[in-house]
Design a protein around this ligand. Structure first.
Ligand SMILES: [Zn+2]
Length: 402
């Protein structure tokens, strides 16, 4: 009778355990897995019994790095269509307002997503999902928000769930009906907010297809008051909330989501010190999205020093979407978080493991290599964690455990 299903030995284990320093690193470490859970973590030398008899499968990591499975905690990867032509138009000097007038921008994605069948939407989203998980991502958050009516939002969430089921990946779904005002409510955003609060949220709650509710609080999205109404409805139906907050201007979005004890405030370039303090008090995570920052050539940095000083957990994510973040590589955004935001490689790895789990409210299950957690882990063809942020354009995944 074996004690474990799998035993990994001679690994540099970056446990990323809460409160640990220097990645919670165990050099020459060993991890025992039983029934998909982590049953033992320690040094290889610390295993006294003869190693061959302990587990059905013995893996000698030969000094390679073992990390928690990566978590991409903010994506819009389910959508139909493609905006490469708009990208090209813009670079050929066509103004964004002109492109929008021609029906481009987010509403072109809404049209394509509404028109796509479930199977078409699944097929178009799949390569993005596969690209993400090939880099060791074992948990992905996927938002709706290109349907903007009940049926299309539902279709997006169901496609997201199916992706997770087919590939044995933990997918957390987020209802983002308050992403943009749909064309049929063009001059009446408040009426659309009514529809979200009285129709879309209650029906989605009944069907149990979303884990969370999100909104886009911005001049070009929804106002502070409209966002508050969406959050009130979310709270009535038992949803935790998160928010696209203070990306282009400071509307006190981060403070608002903190007021609802929200899981995360995302983007947060323009977040004020007052809002940072509110986030710290509420335990709301700051989710940084360096690809969006890069592609908009944004220059206003998020208040990173204030997040550090007030112990606001920082997560990092791709924001994978067809507009401002056409990127399905979490490793790329990890490098960008170092270069653009001057996060340390250790902060970045925490941002795609432990703190990303916090941003999804699943920190008890995943995000670190600790006893009792899910055995979602990645063995890399590198020795040191900084390598993951340092070199670009090479996928060094050796083996994924999930
Ligand atoms: Zn987003």
């Amino acid at each position: 009778m074996f004690k474990w299903d799998t035993l990994i030995i001679n690994a540099n284990v970056a446990t990323m355990a809460e409160g640990s320093h220097e990645y919670g690193m165990i050099e020459n470490g060993a991890v025992g897995i039983l029934d998909g859970r982590i049953e033992w973590v320690g040094t290889t030398a610390g295993i006294k019994n003869s190693i061959e008899t302990l587990a059905k499968e013995l893996i000698d990591a030969e000094g390679c790095l073992l990390t928690p499975g990566l978590i991409d905690c903010h994506t819009h990867l389910v959508f139909a269509g493609n905006r490469a032509d708009e990208f090209e138009q813009r670079l050929n000097g066509v103004a964004y307002t002109e492109i929008a007038k021609q029906g481009g921008g987010i509403l072109s994605t809404v049209r394509a997503t509404r028109a796509a069948s479930f199977d078409e939407l699944y097929a178009q989203s799949l390569p993005r999902f596969q690209a993400l998980i090939s880099e060791g991502v074992t948990t992905v958050e996927i938002k709706s928000g290109y349907g903007l009516d009940f049926n299309s939002e539902l279709k997006m969430l169901q496609v997201a769930k199916k992706l997770g089921e087919e590939y044995n990946i933990q997918v957390k779904t987020t209802l983002l009906a308050a992403h943009a005002v749909p064309p049929e409510y063009k001059d009446n955003a408040d009426k659309y907010v009514d529809v979200i609060c009285t129709e879309i949220i209650p029906k989605i709650a009944d069907l149990k297809v979303a884990d969370c509710v999100d909104a886009f609080c911005e001049g070009i999205g929804f106002s502070y008051d409209q966002t508050k109404r969406v959050f009130d409805a979310a709270a009535r139906w038992g949803f935790p909330v998160k928010l696209h907050a203070d990306q282009l201007s400071d509307l006190n979005g981060a403070a608002l989501v903190a007021e609802y004890a929200g899981l995360s405030a995302d983007h947060v370039e323009y977040t004020s010190l007052k809002s940072v303090k509110a986030m710290a008090k509420a335990g709301t995570v700051a989710v940084l999205l360096p690809y969006a920052f890069y592609s908009l050539k944004e220059t206003k940095l998020p208040p990173i020093e204030a997040f550090r000083k007030h112990h606001v957990p920082i997560a990092v994510s791709t924001d994978c979407n067809p507009g401002i973040a056409p990127c399905s590589s979490l490793l790329t955004t990890m490098n960008q978080a170092c270069i653009q935001f001057s996060l340390t490689p250790e902060e970045v790895l925490a941002g795609v493991t432990r703190n990303a789990a916090l941003a999804l409210g699943i920190e008890d299950e995943v995000g670190s290599i600790e006893f009792g957690k899910k055995a979602n882990m990645v063995l890399w063809n590198v020795k040191k964690p900084a390598d993951l942020c340092y070199w670009q354009g090479m996928n060094r995944v050796k083996r994924i455990f999930k």
